[in-house]
Design a binder for this molecule. Structure first.
Ligand code: SF4
Length: 433
């Protein structure tokens, strides 16, 4: 990848502002961060544009699939390690269903999966997609199953092209992924049927060779599936593939990877860490899926942005007009520690979360983002005054110095709460219950 200065050297350097940036250097920096494309400069030479477009091409292709009004994306990754920048597209979890079960059973299974909600840091996650396997080898049954599951992004698994053809015909509103073969007939079909094709291979050499062959048909809507036998092989193969794509710019391996974890939670976790774009699972166990989603959430959160909660008034339990009101910052970890201690205390509470740029209490206080003015404003905006009959607010013990100013500005009595979240249950019992 080129640096901002190397990009700048390819630009006209007239600072004419036609690109919308004040200088060519600012435009170069924006290109290096992939925020704009080189052709936004109308005066760039065609050679420079070609050179920059080629150099700035992500080392891994981004693949879009799924429901047409709500497409999913995988790939497009630029780094080997999350701390180098971030990972952009989390792996999709695909639950495997066979077309040999009855349609009623399949319907029930789909409904169960549809109803599964996974709450992480205030966000609700669902199962991303379904993988339907054509064990019946019957095109009619396979297409009926695909039709039943058509509200989910689908991965169609079959070695029978007629079955896939028929299933594809009932999926008008989505771009499915097809896992079958990668012969010319399948490439042509996937190309014409606006589908993504999975290329499988037992080694990286085989995958690279097949990928080149598919791309020679001017088709690059592909996902690579290294058929690994165990976790050790998965570690070596998936890591080497990513490394060759990112570090050596190996274009034939610059595609998302598919991993089959089956019922093995450990290998599924491994695929989340390194480096699958799609993971096929054979489980509907809520705890197992929640564990995987939590791991995925952690790996794929952007290390450049703190995890934050929405600043607002949260009700924990069923608080009433006499319930305690606590206040803290919107750093997600702070919120969850305080929330879980309130739950442990069995005292229903109002928890007021202020807008503090995702900083913890002391950091926010030091940066003047958790001040008496901000807390007073949050009290007013939250309308907590309409919900409780008292005017007492519990502030974190480590910012006791805010007490006097807060009381003057808000008209509320500020009770100095504990300095550490684990002391909250004891504090509430001693001062409130
Ligand atoms: S339009 Fe081109 S020449 Fe003009 S400022 Fe932007 S990058 Fe520079």
């Amino acid at each position: 990848m080129m640096t901002g200065l190397q990009i700048y050297n390819q630009l006209p350097k007239t600072n004419c502002r036609k690109c919308g940036f004040p200088t060519c250097l600012a435009f170069a920096m924006a290109i290096s961060q992939r925020r704009v494309s080189p052709d936004n400069c109308p005066d760039i030479s065609s050679e420079a544009e070609k050179l920059l477009s080629e150099a700035m091409r992500p080392p891994m292709n981004k693949i879009k699939f799924g429901l047409k009004h709500n497409e999913m994306e995988i790939g497009g990754e630029e780094v080997l390690y999350r701390h180098e920048r971030t990972f952009y597209h989390q792996p999709a979890l695909a639950l495997l269903l066979s077309d040999t079960v009855s349609l009623e059973e399949l319907k029930d299974a789909i409904e169960t999966i549809r109803d599964m909600d996974f709450e992480l840091l205030g966000e609700i996650f669902k199962i991303d997609m379904l993988a339907i396997k054509n064990d019946s080898r019957n095109p009619d049954i396979f297409s009926e199953c695909a039709h039943l599951a058509r509200d989910f992004p689908l991965l169609l698994i079959s070695e029978d092209i007629d079955s896939v053809r028929k299933a594809r015909s009932v999926l008008k509103d989505q771009i499915p992924i097809i896992l079958g073969d990668s012969s010319e007939e399948w490439i042509e079909f996937a190309h014409n049927a606006d589908s993504v094709l999975v290329i499988r291979g037992s080694s990286l050499d085989e995958l690279a060779q097949k990928s080149k062959q598919v791309q020679s048909h001017h088709f690059n809507n592909i996902i690579l599936y290294p058929e690994v036998k165990n976790i050790k092989e998965a570690l070596v193969t998936f890591s080497s593939s990513r490394e060759m794509a990112i570090k050596s710019n190996c274009q034939s391996l610059g595609f998302p990877l598919l991993g089959r974890a089956g019922k093995d939670l450990v290998i599924a976790a491994h695929f989340i860490c390194k480096y699958a774009g799609i993971i096929i699972l054979e489980t509907t166990d809520y705890e197992e899926l929640l564990t995987l989603m939590t791991l995925r959430f952690n790996i794929y959160s952007d290390p450049r942005k703190p995890l934050m909660m929405e600043p607002k008034l949260y009700e924990i339990g069923k608080p009433g007009e006499n319930s305690p009101v606590l206040v803290t910052t919107n750093f997600a970890l702070t919120y969850h520690m305080v929330h879980s201690e309130i739950v442990t205390s069995h005292v229903p509470c109002f928890l007021l979360i202020t807008a503090s740029d995702g900083l913890s209490v002391l950091s926010a206080w030091a940066a003047d983002k958790f001040s008496s003015e901000i807390i007073t404003k949050s009290i007013k905006n939250s309308r907590i005054e309409d919900k409780v009959s008292h005017r007492k607010i519990i502030i974190p013990g480590c910012v006791a110095s805010l007490k006097m100013k807060l009381e003057t500005e808000s008209g509320w009595e500020a009770l100095i709460g504990p300095g550490d979240a684990p002391m909250i249950p004891q504090f509430l019992k001693a001062h409130w219950v």
